[in-house]
Write a protein that binds this ligand. Structure first.
Ligand SMILES: N[C@@H](CCC(=O)N[C@@H](CS)C(=O)NCC(=O)O)C(=O)O
Length: 209
């Protein structure tokens, strides 16, 4: 399977950690976004939304990191505990995945990425949303080792990619004790963490930090 990606991107890093956790070998294809490779006709044929990560499994292409990760577990996963079939467990995992996409990851784009990569002014209100997101995530983790309960799931992997982006820009989240404990544990245990962190360091450079 081919994975079109860029190393600094949190969604791409989440897919790489998921594949590693599942023992799946991906054929990584670097796409130079700054050179506009994602806008070339061949790539647009695969993904008219022209974003990475994009996974190509023979004649099937899929994008959106969380959709890719679910596909990998459902189609190839021996370890289905990352996305169990129980509807209630799944619903909680999905909620955390949407929380990641819409709240904590989006808050990173609206603040650090906007300020440092796009070089646009950021309203203080947007930084407050980062705190609100961390506060919520801290609550979700109350009494639990993992984002959606007591087992590692796809929600943890997506959130780990996002929270490590905050770490690399030195965003202090130590007061969110459950998040800090969760992060410390996952850094030591999630397969592919080293590659994720290498991507984070590239991200840091890209942001000019
Ligand atoms: N929600 C998407 C976000 C993907 C995304 O924003 N990708 C960026 C790189 S981090 C991208 O491909 N940007 C180029 C474009 O959209 O044209 C996901 O989780 O996969």
């Amino acid at each position: 399977m081919d994975l079109y990606y860029v190393p600094p991107s949190a969604p791409c890093r989440a897919v790489l950690m998921t594949a590693k956790s599942l023992g799946i070998e991906l054929n990584k294809k670097f796409l130079n976004l700054f050179a506009g490779e994602h806008l070339k006709p061949d790539f647009l044929k695969l993904n008219p939304q022209h974003c990475v990560p994009t996974l190509v499994d023979n004649d099937f292409a899929i994008w959106e990191s969380r959709a890719i990760n679910i596909y990998l577990v459902e189609k190839y996963g021996k370890n289905v505990s990352l996305y169990p079939k129980c509807p209630k467990k799944r619903a909680v995992i999905n909620q955390r995945l949407f929380f990641d996409a819409n709240s904590i990851y989006q808050a990173f784009i609206d603040t650090y990425v906007t300020q440092y990569l796009f070089k646009k002014p950021v309203d203080a209100e947007k930084y407050k949303r980062v705190d609100t997101a961390f506060e919520l995530f801290n609550k979700f983790l109350e009494g639990h080792a993992y984002a959606a309960g007591d087992e590692l799931t796809l929600a943890d992997i997506s959130l780990l990619a996002t929270v490590s982006s905050y770490d690399v820009v030195n965003h202090d989240f130590s007061k969110y004790e459950n998040v800090a404990r969760w992060y410390d544990n996952l850094k030591k245990t999630v397969p592919g963490w080293e590659e994720n962190w290498a991507g984070c360091l590239e991200y840091k450079k890209l942001l000019g930090l």
